[in-house]
Design a protein around this ligand. Structure first.
Ligand code: NAD
Length: 278
């Protein structure tokens, strides 16, 4: 079994990004990222803090617009408009989830697609589906980078994705189809999950349920990518996969933490540099 070390790869990518930023700065350009954080969700706060720290490490300017839970939609839209017009800001992201009274689609559609470093705007999602150059959501993009680094060939592979959200499962499926894999997407209403996962060469799980994928659900030699992040009662982080029992039968597997998570942040930085170069 080979451990897919997302942390190591993310560090390598960030070193390269640091060099890119230095070059841009020589031309008097400092990449800038604006993050909008609404409410007090502790997980969102942790993610935003990590993103801001990563920006600082590579020399990207970042600003966090914090807003209270009861903020009006109009205020968020106005802030996005200002960021769209601000020449010092190259990338904009709105940390999800949003409070219930806010229309998420309206917010994401307000971001200039050229600054949409999370790749959630319908314009970018559409281009991704058509296999055209676009901003690709950071988590599935990070998974593709892992495949590239470890020279895992996707052509003709049977891939089962568990979790079909707009930010993880669906863009992951588009990327894999574009790479000529055969893709099976499962979700909460899938009748027999094991029947799908068991026959896959590659199982990619992004659900948010610790221990969802057990050893009997994965075939020998499978490649397992665990996107899930769950905080256990003992305070530790875990993915969606029963790692200890599944790892011995896999050919490759990502750990949690240290797998897909750090790659998501590295891809955000990479998308911010891409937006700056545009
Ligand atoms: P979401 O709630 O939007 O989507 C969850 C998906 O899982 C849905 O499609 C749902 O139908 C499916 N699902 C739920 N229960 C299921 C079950 N029992 N069997 C099969 N499918 C089931 O969540 P999300 O935003 O896509 O996030 C999913 C997980 O990935 C979370 O744990 C989140 O923390 C994690 N995540 C990690 C990163 C990272 O950087 N590693 C980034 C984004 C999300």
């Amino acid at each position: 079994m080979i451990l897919l070390d997302g942390k190591k790869l993310a560090n390598k990518i960030q070193e390269k990004i640091k060099e890119d930023v230095e070059l841009l700065k020589k031309g008097s350009i400092t990449p800038g990222l604006a993050v909008i954080l609404i409410g007090d969700d502790p997980a969102s706060r942790v993610y935003v803090k990590k993103k801001a720290e990563a920006c600082k490490e590579v020399g990207v300017y970042s600003v966090v617009h914090e807003m209270p839970e009861n903020i009006k939609e109009e205020t968020i839209l106005n802030t996005i408009k200002l960021m769209n017009e601000n020449e010092n800001i190259n990338g904009i992201l709105v940390q999800l989830p949003l409070p219930k009274h806010i229309n998420q689609t309206k917010i994401l559609e307000a971001i200039d697609p050229k600054k949409d470093v999370d790749g959630f705007h319908p314009f970018n999602m559409g281009r991704l589906c058509l296999d055209l150059d676009s901003f690709v959501p950071c988590t599935p993009l990070g998974v593709m980078e892992i495949f590239k680094e470890y020279q895992i060939d996707l052509k003709g592979k049977d891939v089962c994705i568990v979790g079909a959200s707009n930010i993880v499962g669906k863009p992951m499926a588009a990327l894999l189809i574009n790479a000529f894999a055969t893709v099976d997407i499962c979700h909460i209403y899938t009748k027999d999950l094991k029947e799908h996962t068991k026959r896959a060469d590659i199982v990619i799980v992004g659900v948010g349920k610790a221990g969802l994928i057990t050893e009997d659900m994965v075939k020998d030699g499978a490649i397992v990518i665990d996107i899930g992040i769950n905080r256990l009662d003992n305070g530790k982080l875990a993915g969606d996969v029963d790692f200890d029992n599944i790892a011995p039968k896999c050919s490759y597997i990502t750990p949690v933490p240290g797998g897909v998570g750090p790659m998501t942040i590295a891809m955000l930085l990479s998308n911010t540099i891409k937006a700056t170069k545009l």
